[in-house]
Design a protein around this ligand. Structure first.
Ligand SMILES: [Zn+2]
Length: 477
């Protein structure tokens, strides 16, 4: 099957190579002539998602024609948006790779990891890959038009604007002949997310390609969410156990640290329990990768929103507070697992992977799930088929398989669903409603079927109410 083609072949048009029927494998090709196009994202497929031409989590080889590609633009560094870049280079892509300045700082860390896991752990190959990446990377400032050099002289420009999703995230406006603008939303941030400012709408778009991950949902308010997290901490640590939080390394981890600092700051010099003061609660970040990302977040505080920067100005250190302990090498990690499993020292541990499918969180789970003093708190979406989903589903009293081992669950299992770095339905509608000009067409991508349907329905109703004729559809239908 060829990639999904939507128009009659006039220019510009769009080909979708991923994130159409699911939420992963983002790759959209903006085609400006028979011999020139720009690829927006090149992400990994995860779980059961597949690409229109057959790529999947098991077969990441590039499954579309790359002969036209003049440039690659990356909206942000999550693996489902950048994970197939090594495969794109292997397929012979020679062009520049554009992203925002903060994304460029994070990208090499992400791709080094992806390269080691998916292609080769040989140091010389890793080194060569990183050298090529450094040569190709062109960091762009936000809010500036940049001309793409097309071999056939086609007139194409791009402009990155802040998307508020994770550090460095951007939505991309693509302008053809200074006249026609297509906006690719990438992933958009939630309006009340900590650390980063929410996205402002683009000035105008003829065509808008928009994500719909939470197109059918409303998030809880930030204050409610934080109160629930605080209550959960108090309850979980009452029996001197450990609270385990599986979390993704970029975005979610930093948001959690930021919220935990706020909770601890608000409870200064108070006791949580007779045996534990808030000021003494250890927060253990046990993930070298998450620590590196957190370091970059700290270095790039000029990109934070006002409130977060005010805290810095007050002398607070939202991502490096006193009780935050980081664990680096593997031996120290195993020592920490044993110490917390055996002692009665209450602590909070944040470790990857977010869905418990691997990474250091698995060692904690194996050592602690069998003890009722401990707790597991899920703050992110758990995909079907992952151990995280299984633990969430069966809960206390059930069993789960972890790396081939059958583990009984006696620890308490809880979830807070409000933490998400994604815009909810209201945020997405606001983003579209804020456009000063256009659009004539909205394409809804990057969501499961229900989310896409719900957002399409809402958008149609919105435009109808405005008395405007706008084509709203999903390329998967
Ligand atoms: Zn993302």
């Amino acid at each position: 099957m060829d990639s999904l083609r939507s128009q009659d072949g006039s220019f510009p048009h769009i080909l979708h190579h991923g994130a159409v029927s699911g939420v992963t494998g983002s790759a959209h090709e903006w085609v400006v002539s028979d011999s020139a196009s720009v690829l927006i994202d090149c992400g990994l497929f995860q779980g059961r998602d597949t690409g229109p031409a057959g790529a999947s989590s098991g077969d990441l080889a590039i499954d579309f024609d790359i002969s036209r590609l003049q440039a690659l633009v990356l909206t942000h560094v999550h693996i489902d948006h950048v994970g197939r870049v090594p495969w794109l280079l292997a397929a012979g892509f020679q062009g520049p790779i554009y992203c925002s300045l903060p994304s460029a700082k994070l990208l090499l860390i992400v791709l080094e990891d992806a390269f080691r896991l998916g292609i080769s752990r040989q140091p010389d190959q890793v080194e060569r890959f990183l050298t090529v990446m450094e040569q190709r990377l062109v960091p762009l400032p936000y809010d500036h038009w940049h001309a793409i050099e097309c071999a056939d002289g086609s007139e194409a420009e791009i402009c990155l604007q802040r998307a508020g999703h994770i550090l460095g995230s951007a939505y991309v406006s693509c302008r053809y002949r200074r006249d026609h603008v297509t906006v690719f939303s990438g992933d958009l941030g939630a309006s009340h997310a900590p650390i980063l400012p929410p996205p402002a709408s683009p000035e105008g778009a003829d065509v808008l390609v928009i994500e719909s991950t939470y197109g059918d949902r409303r998030h809880e308010g930030r204050a409610t969410r934080r109160q629930r997290l605080e209550a959960m901490l108090v309850r979980a640590l009452a029996d001197k156990g450990t609270l385990l939080i599986p979390a993704f390394s970029i975005g979610r981890t930093q948001e959690l640290l930021y919220e935990l600092e706020e909770i601890i700051h608000g409870n200064r010099q108070r006791a949580m329990h007779p045996f534990l003061d808030w000021d003494e609660l250890p927060i253990v970040l046990d993930s070298p990768l998450a620590s590196r990302f957190t370091q970059v977040y700290r270095e790039l505080s000029p990109y934070w929103e006002d409130e977060a920067r005010e805290r810095l100005a007050e002398g607070r250190r939202p991502l490096a507070f006193d009780q935050l302990l980081t664990v680096d090498d593997h031996e120290a990690h195993m020592r920490m697992v044993r110490h917390l499993a055996e002692s009665a020292r209450p602590a909070v541990v944040i470790a990857a992977s977010g869905m418990c499918a691997g990474g250091r969180i698995v060692n904690y789970l194996k050592a602690m799930l069998g003890d009722e003093r401990h707790n597991v708190l899920f703050v992110g979406y758990q995909a079907a088929g992952t151990p995280g989903r299984e633990i969430q589903r069966v809960g206390r009293g059930g069993r789960v398989r972890l790396e081939g081992e059958d583990v009984a669950i006696r620890a308490e299992v809880g979830s807070i669903s409000g933490y998400s770095a994604h815009a909810d339905q209201q945020d997405l509608l606001r983003f579209v409603g804020g456009l000063a000009q256009g659009p004539a067409e909205v394409r809804v991508v990057h969501g499961d079927a229900d989310a896409k349907r719900a957002l399409i329905h809402k958008l149609k109703a919105y435009f109808r109410g405005e008395g405007r004729t706008v084509k709203v559809w999903s390329p998967s239908e």
